[in-house]
Design a protein around this ligand. Structure first.
Ligand SMILES: Nc1ncnc2c1ncn2[C@@H]1O[C@H](COP(=O)(O)OP(=O)(O)OP(=O)(O)O)[C@@H](O)[C@H]1O
Length: 288
């Protein structure tokens, strides 16, 4: 399979597939909601990450760790077709969501990004009020909302921000602290009712107290959502995740670096009894 970065015509409703297939399921740690099989991602002719295969387990936190440039963010973006937005980016192999090929011609990438939301490294609220930041997604996606006030309150509560902002909902989101802004971005993501939340180093711009709050929040969110987090911080991966994927960058004969998944396993095992020497070297600080 070879998926170019050009977006395709919407037809299949990913949410319809997801809603049908998750109905009645209890959360377990053994039901993958997504699967990557032999996924490589190219930027033009450059193969940034090669041959990645791993599951994303439902309502679990999966961390991606590894040295700079090993392709963690690239793989993360392949999970909700964010790479489509980068000119020249191309994904090969298979990414499935509830068994459905995420890159099939008739899948709507906008709908994919609603079901599989993303929180970025730098908090990026819109220059709008706190309320409007949260209401934005439901409004632009045309979600049927009975009571927007209730939806905004629920999203802010779920993002552990309600108590801090309930008296200033009309204030600009940009007037909040960095940690509050990041929780506002999480509320904005939750507001469109995604199933999966991708987080690309969500704490790297935050101080330790704000970081601890986001980590606590991730635990809470994992009751309802599947979370995939890219982090530079091994301790963070060890603290928050159920599963960890360790990536490294291999150097080929032309001295070109290619990201490679070395090991994927339960977090406790990866950090205490890694199967691969390269993982052991990395987690013990001998490399990277
Ligand atoms: N938009 C892009 N265009 C071209 N090359 C890119 C692009 N984004 C990333 N790359 C390259 O792909 C490789 C993997 O980058 P990526 O950002 O995915 O790694 P990473 O592991 O997330 O790194 P970091 O931890 O430093 O954020 C790197 O060599 C990077 O330079």
């Amino acid at each position: 399979m070879n998926h170019s970065s050009t977006t395709s015509r919407p037809a299949v409703s990913i949410s319809a597939i997801a809603d049908t297939q998750t109905a009645g399921h209890q959360a377990t740690s053994t039901v993958p909601v997504m699967e990557l099989s032999g996924v490589s991602v190219y930027y033009g002719a450059y193969e940034a990450v090669r041959d990645t295969s791993m599951p994303i387990q439902r309502k679990q936190i999966t961390a991606m760790i590894g040295p700079s440039g090993c392709g963690k963010s690239t793989i993360l973006r392949s999970l909700n077709r964010m790479n489509d937005l980068i000119p020249g980016a191309r994904v090969t192999g298979s990414v499935t969501y509830h068994g459905q090929d995420l890159y099939a011609k008739d899948v709507d990438p906008i709908e994919v990004r609603r079901r599989i939301g993303m929180v970025f490294q730098k908090p990026n609220p819109f220059p709008k009020s706190i309320y409007d930041n949260v209401a934005y997604g439901p409004r632009v996606t045309g979600m049927k909302v009975d009571n927007m006030d209730d939806l905004v309150e629920k999203a802010l509560r779920d993002a552990a921000l309600w108590d801090e902002v309930k008296d200033k909902l009309k204030t600009s989101g940009l007037a909040l602290s960095g940690g509050q802004q990041q929780r506002l971005c999480i509320a904005r993501t939750i507001a469109v009712k995604p199933e999966i939340i991708l987080m690309d180093e969500p704490c790297s711009a935050l101080d330790p107290i704000a970081t601890a709050k986001i980590e606590d929040l991730m635990f809470e969110l994992a009751n309802d959502y599947t979370i995939v987090i890219v982090t530079h911080n091994m301790q963070q991966a060890a603290r928050v995740s159920h599963y960890t994927a360790f990536f490294t960058a291999e150097v080929d004969q032309e001295q070109e670096r290619h990201g490679r998944l070395v090991e994927f396993s339960q977090t406790g095992k990866l950090f205490t009894n890694p199967a691969d020497k390269r993982t052991e070297d990395y987690i013990t600080g001998r490399f990277g």
